[in-house]
Design a protein around this ligand. Sequence first.
Ligand SMILES: [Zn+2]
Length: 92
Amino acid sequence: MLETQLEPPTAIRWDGRQEEAVRSRKRQANQYMRDALRLLDPDELIPFFCECEDTECFATVWLTSRDFDRARARPAQDLRAHEEALLAAAGI
Ligand SMILES: [Zn+2]
């Protein structure tokens, strides 16, 4: 009988590059979501991923496509679920 030895799963270690890759993926997914829903009513709320660097965070940021476009007009700005109050205060 053939025996297969399975390696125990190794813990995922995140370094700065992986965190940046995850953040970048979330931004890309958000853009796909936005593009796919381009014809939606601009006042309809769309769920986007939080774009913070926390690799465990998949919190939702609800924005209209109009607000998403406004946020993307500032490329350095990420969508963050934890800072929705700040975004609202900034008029986004
Ligand atoms: Zn987050």
